[in-house]
Design a protein around this ligand. Structure first.
Ligand SMILES: [Zn+2]
Length: 261
């Protein structure tokens, strides 16, 4: 079973390497560096015996001759593990691009050795890659069994007639469970309880971490917030609407519930 162990400092000796070239926000994977570069590459971790690197390709250059893919397209053409590494590459490279100066005093910063961090030489401010935690939850209604229903909603930003779990960003000072209860009430006017963690997924669009939950309906009638939700409803296993593709944790939450039935 292939394994990826993330890291910041590469081991002294490695047998092979894999380079994740980041071209804008596109990715091109190769077993060699395809550009002339001084130091604009970032160790990501070990994929079995191979050291993985994120390579920051300067603007205006495309060493892939058009073969580089965005992360969504890459998902269907590689393993889930390699896709996660590619997402890490894009986020680490983009963070290095956008954290070259101190956010407090504007001085040019440098990378801290051995850490995924920058430190300002003038004022000492440290900065770390930005990760935006977001909860996503599947709400059930009724006892487990064939008559149990789940709440699925169509977001205003969805392209097609697809229905999914509710999701929202964590606010400063909030617990994850608190976010679940607040977002469900804000988006569809329902009260939920018994919030249970079910797994997580890095979501590099651009730097989220999706944290998946199940929750149980307590009370209320569905009233959609029109700025976020076009339509929402309760669905049994035998009358599901169109649901998200396999790339998303939303689909994994729904599939796990389907398997219980
Ligand atoms: Zn500073």
């Amino acid at each position: 079973m292939a394994q990826f162990v993330s890291g910041i400092v590469p081991p002294a000796a490695v047998e092979g390497a894999r380079y994740f070239h980041v071209i804008g926000s596109l990715v091109f994977i190769s077993d060699r560096i395809e550009i002339e570069t001084d130091d604009d590459h970032h160790f990501l971790g070990m994929f079995d015996e191979e050291a993985c690197w994120g390579v920051d390709v300067p603007r205006g250059i495309d060493p892939s001759d058009g073969a580089a893919l965005d992360l969504r397209s890459l998902y269907t053409r590689t393993s889930e593990l390699e896709w996660l590494i590619a997402g890490r590459a894009v986020q680490v490279v983009e963070w290095a691009r956008t954290s070259q100066f101190c956010g407090r005093c504007g001085t040019k910063t440098g990378q801290l050795p051995g850490e995924r961090a920058t430190k300002c030489p003038a004022c000492g401010l440290m900065a770390f890659p930005r990760i935006a935690p977001a909860m996503i939850t599947l709400v059930t209604r009724g006892e487990p069994g064939p008559d149990q229903e789940v709440l699925l909603a169509r977001g205003v930003q969805f392209g097609g007639p697809m229905y999914s779990c509710l999701a929202g960003f964590v606010e400063p000072g909030e617990t994850l469970e608190g976010t679940v209860v607040r977002e469900v009430f804000e988006e569809v006017g329902l009260t939920v309880a018994n919030v249970q963690y079910r797994g997580s997924q890095p979501w590099p669009f651009p730097h989220s971490l999706m944290i998946g939950f199940r929750a149980e309906y307590v009370s209320g009638e569905i009233v959609c917030d029109p700025t976020e939700i076009v339509d929402a409803g309760w669905y049994r296993r035998d009358n599901l609407p169109m649901i998200p593709p396999g790339i998303s944790i939303a689909r994994k939450l729904i599939d796990a519930w389907l398997a219980e039935g």
